[in-house]
Design a protein around this ligand. Structure first.
Ligand code: SAM
Length: 384
């Protein structure tokens, strides 16, 4: 697996550990006349300094097309872009560790890193050396192409800081494994820890041709991350059904599937858990899912980016966080063919409960996977 170029800032639920990139976009030294702006230091926490000049805040609906895929149809001067960047950097710096202290949110170092990624996406396709040359020539009027209007950039960065809108929704994508997946409001941002489900599948299919050539299902597919990851490692073999109850997720997953030209390999179906798999009972080689597993009462304590912006349907697993997980464990046996495989992401404490509650009738090769734990076999309680 190629490492993700831009690992997510997003903390594993419920925001325990951080995992972010050391990649920096090297911004050229600000032009002389823009330096004044960098001197501005705003110390208001949770509120934003006024940008120079005051932006016309565009209310942009969440784009389906990620920033990096948009055509570079806007132009601006190097000085205007650097002025925005200086304002945005000041705003990020004003946050210090206040978000981190309140709910383990991003600190200003991470926000500055995101700002560089935003620059990278908005400049993508235009010649970055133009910026360097303009700076070297001290030519602030050089025109460069952008993928978003500068006023939109002001608006987006205010949303990032003031509303704690997740960075991935701002740019419309998440780097995950070797994929760049489109995401938008209504769809869970795929997490780094979930990448391991694809690794587990890679391990089992390398040892079992039957699994490699069989039918796989990713239940609650969200952006389609796991389904696409599996389809890619299956190569010319097997196929995948990706399901979700949420029509926005179905739309986004379908978009991502098409972007990777996997329409012939992955079928995206809308419906609740087992319902879209009617007709393939007993025929599925492998089942995977990262179901909602956060206990309802814990949702309000989540990092603002998660609790305020990510879909509750993707997070809330009921009183103990086990509602969907148990439903999946109980149904897995009738869906899987003998020797089938399943892997569900769960919390460590839930893995123990799954072990006890599971009525999986599959023969071996069944795993509950907790990202805080080693994968462990689920006890077969009723071997058929
Ligand atoms: C934790 S998210 C996982 C998304 C994606 N698989 C990932 O790992 O990034 C759980 C997903 O389950 C979906 N979901 C919730 N209830 C569902 C149900 N009853 N049937 C099918 N999908 C459901 C949500 O819409 C959400 O996309």
């Amino acid at each position: 697996m190629k490492p993700s170029l831009r690992p997510s800032f997003t903390r594993p639920w419920p925001c325990i550990a951080s995992n972010f990139s050391t990649f920096f976009f090297q911004l050229p030294t600000p032009l002389t006349h823009a330096r004044n702006i960098t001197q501005i230091r705003h110390r208001h926490i949770h509120s934003s300094p006024s940008p120079p000049p005051p932006p016309q805040l565009a209310s942009s609906p969440p784009p389906l097309l990620p920033l990096f895929l948009r055509p570079p149809e806007y132009t601006t001067t190097v000085s205007d872009l650097l002025e925005w960047h200086s304002w945005a950097k000041s705003l990020a710096a004003s946050i210090g560790s206040s978000f981190e202290d309140s709910d383990n949110g991003p600190d200003s170092t991470l926000l500055c890193r995101e700002l560089n990624w935003l620059m990278e996406d908005v400049l993508d396709g235009s010649d970055p050396s133009l910026m360097h040359k303009a700076v070297a020539r001290d030519d602030p009027d050089t025109i460069i192409s952008l993928k978003a209007d500068v006023q939109e950039l002001y608006s987006l960065w205010k949303q990032r800081i003031d509303e704690r809108r997740p960075f991935q929704y701002i740019v419309g994508c998440q780097h995950w494994r070797d994929l760049i997946l489109c995401v938008r409001e209504g769809v869970l941002i795929p997490r780094p820890e979930t990448e391991i489900i694809v690794e587990l599948v890679g391990d089992v299919i390398s040892k079992d041709e039957g699994l490699r050539e069989g039918l796989w299902a990713d239940l609650g597919t969200g952006s389609g991350a796991i389904a696409i990851g599996i389809a890619k490692i299956l190569g010319n073999y097997g196929r995948v059904i990706a399901t979700d109850l949420n029509p926005v997720a179905v739309q986004v997953a379908s978009f991502n599937v098409e972007r990777y030209s996997l329409q012939d390999k992955i079928e995206v179906r809308e419906g609740s858990w087992w319902e879209p798999l009617k007709g393939v009972e007993g025929k599925v080689a492998g089942l995977v899912s990262n179901p909602p597993y956060i206990p309802s009462d814990d949702i309000s304590g989540l990092q603002a980016e998660v609790g305020r912006h990510e879909p509750r349907l993707a997070l809330d697993g009921g009183a103990e966080g086990m509602d969907d997980l148990l439903h999946l464990c109980n149904g897995a046996a009738s869906m899987l063919k003998p020797g089938g495989f399943f892997a569900f992401e769960v919390f460590r404490r839930q893995a123990a409960t799954v072990d006890l509650c599971s009525v999986a009738e599959v023969q071996q090769n069944a795993y509950a996977y907790s990202h805080l734990f080693e994968p462990k076999p689920i006890r077969v309680l009723h071997p058929s």
